[in-house]
Design a protein around this ligand. Sequence first.
Ligand code: NDP
Length: 339
Amino acid sequence: AKVLVSGANGFLAVYIIKDLLERGYTIRGTVRSESKNAYLLNLFKKEAQDGKFELVVVPDITAPGAFDEAVKGVDAIEHTASPYHYKADDPSEIIDPAVKGTIGILESVLKHAGPQLKRVVVTSSISAIMSPESNGVLTEKNWNDSSITQVRELGRAADQGAKYRASKSLAEKVAWEFVEKNKSKIAWDLTTLCPPFVYGPILHDVRSPEELNSSMALFYEAIFTKRKTLGELAQIQSGWVDARDVSLGHVRALEVPAAGGERFILSGGEAIWQDWFDVLNELDIPDFNVPVGTPGAGKAFKYKQTFDNSKAKEVLGIKFHEKPETALDIVNDLRAKGW
Ligand code: NDP
């Protein structure tokens, strides 16, 4: 089967492509510019030579019909392309590519994909479920409306986290609305995946820490640079998940019939940075030091919100990584780069 993966050069997408190729799928990836091709064609050299991996350039995902050619003849789609950064001035800088990119690929699907298409998977985010204001145990039934409201009310003055969260919540909403509106015309179904912060070793093209994707940049800053103080870090709670589990989620989302029409939280658990310090100190990696802080403080930490991952475990069959394995693999990978 042939799978279209948008944003093929991204942190998560490279994992997804690798996993799908290993399972025998044929991949067509989209990138924004030809300059991204060489790294990927080299990484998946054998598959490229065998005609199992190709790349197409979609220069502007917000342009009408941008994906018209790319969707032709594919059996499934993994739509990962979406901005993930905290640098938007006008919120539209981040919301437009997220929302128009999602509607655009679905419009192209409707017109040009063909009857062989079975499923479209959209990489959403826990940001479409939670906001800093939400409380308690959150499930797939929860929607983040408050970041959307905040951005509508405050515009440029909304905080960067709210702008990103609103982009993801709006993009996932338009995907479900599109399916609902066109249900009489379509023979495929939609699955959305909602991970919190994704951490893992780096497979994509990153030459310096400054080029890291946003979630790995946070991990790098907290664990490697010690630029943030323990006090600052202790306040930061978040869900986290290993990149390899998110990638497996994207594979299972294609393969498990019952995943159709569903959204899934893909969360390995919650953490404060103290937990990562404890894990790394216990691993006692030679010549690698992290702050000691207050060991064990994470055990008593009261989370404002937690994420129920039981649906992904049950329906997608994912057994999530635990912190020590993820932490060790990341530290080994980043140190091997000399960072
Ligand atoms: P990356 O930044 O590594 O990848 C993002 C991908 O989207 C890149 O291919 C990038 O292309 C593309 N992209 C970004 N902005 C645009 C745009 N304006 N037009 C076209 N393409 C664009 O991040 P991740 O791999 O982490 O993100 C992949 C997906 O996962 C995103 O949808 C993100 O929201 C989601 N996600 C990520 C989480 C995380 O913690 N990493 C958590 C939850 C969800 P280019 O390189 O050319 O910019």
